[in-house]
Design a protein around this ligand. Structure first.
Ligand code: FES
Length: 178
């Protein structure tokens, strides 16, 4: 008869030996852990993405308010200030200030200011606009678009390049009185 050793009464039974892993983790535990890790990563990504969606984005440059690099008292009637960051020209006439979007309303070329001619002259198909943006020659069907602006008490000028207006003809009420 074989000699069978019995554990002393009251002693805890030895743990069942794990199957499939030398680290003591069963296949089931491993699958469960990776399942929870996957679900956690999924919801973590969703929460991060969703949170980012509602986080205010600080816009700079075109599409946001872009200041004119000169103050009002530095801009005389007849001046045209190019503001590349905002893609506009700040012009001053007897009617006031205008921020003209530099995109040609014909087919979208950038329209440069010709200081000798005192006109905006599109190099693509020859549209010509005056200092208020009114089209005066070429195929452009209407004046250049213009942007909203605010003039501070200290003479700073802030143009909102996200607020662009189209028009069928120039009217002095479109200019900001100063
Ligand atoms: S894009 Fe300016 S005239 Fe055609």
């Amino acid at each position: 008869m074989a000699d069978v050793k019995k554990a002393p009464a009251g002693a805890a039974a030895p743990p069942a030996s794990p199957v499939g892993s030398p680290d003591g983790i069963t296949r089931r535990q491993m699958l469960r852990s990776s399942m929870f890790a996957t679900i956690g990563a999924f919801f973590g990504t969703m929460a991060g993405g969703g949170g980012a969606m509602f986080w205010p984005i600080k816009l700079t440059g075109f599409g946001a308010p872009v200041p004119v690099p000169k103050k009002l008292n530095e801009i005389q009637v007849g001046d045209v200030v190019t503001v590349r960051a905002g893609k506009y020209y700040l012009t001053r006439t007897d009617d006031g200030l205008m921020a003209l979007y530099w995109k040609c309303v014909h087919l979208g070329c950038t329209v440069p200011w010709n200081d000798a001619q005192k006109k905006f002259m599109c190099p693509c198909h020859g549209s010509v606009y005056n200092i208020s943006g009114q089209n005066v020659a070429g195929p452009a069907p209407r004046p250049l678009d213009y942007m909203e602006m605010e003039v501070g008490k200290d003479g700073t000028i802030l143009v909102n390049t996200g607020k662009i207006h189209t028009r069928s003809v120039y009217d002095p009420s479109q200019a900001t009185k100063v």
